[in-house]
Design a protein around this ligand. Structure first.
Ligand code: FES
Length: 165
């Protein structure tokens, strides 16, 4: 993200739009963003999962270590809604009876700011400097990779449909 570029607030809809839908995908300044309304709080993050670019739109929400996380539908990676932190569970291999615990991988998914003003919902894109892994899928190279994966998947589905005939 360009930290020298002034942040702009984008109007994305009315609060009532989220009463039913709870989630919305918007493209702001060329960036695909997932907006989530959960337990009366709004969250916004990059739509494509930092791990391999799958859409987070249908990810379940779970509480882990007192933090709300979205669970990527593809490989079940956990990402905190508020910070974009990747969480993983592990046991200490040096201790035979150690109980697995949750650890942080650090910020992996770029999150954005959501503001509510008189029932209008606005998003301001993050301009935190530095590279966040989910940024990759917002680049031309990342998008080309996603298109290629989708085409390959579509090809496989067509081939399977032919076999079913
Ligand atoms: S693409 Fe999200 S966990 Fe792999």
């Amino acid at each position: 993200m360009d930290k020298n570029k002034p942040s702009r607030m984008y109007f994305i809809g009315k609060k009532e739009d989220f009463d039913q839908a709870k989630r919305m995908i918007v493209t702001l300044d060329g960036r695909d963003i997932l907006i989530i309304y959960h337990q009366r709080t709004f969250y916004a993050m990059d739509l494509q999962c930092y791990h391999a670019g799958s859409s987070l739109e249908l990810g379940d929400i779970e509480e882990i270590n007192k933090k709300l996380c979205i669970v990527c539908p593809k490989h079940k990676y956990k990402i905190t809604l508020a910070e974009g932190e990747g969480l993983y569970k592990a046991a200490n291999p040096a201790e035979k009876l150690s109980t697995p615990q949750w650890f942080s991988k650090g910020i992996k998914q770029r999150v954005h700011k959501v503001m509510e003003v008189d029932e209008d919902i606005f998003v301001t894109l993050s301009n935190c400097p530095g590279w966040v892994e989910s940024d990759y899928y917002q680049t031309e190279k990342g998008r080309a990779e996603l298109r290629k994966a989708q085409e390959s998947k579509d090809g496989d589905e067509d081939a399977n449909a032919d076999e079913d005939v």
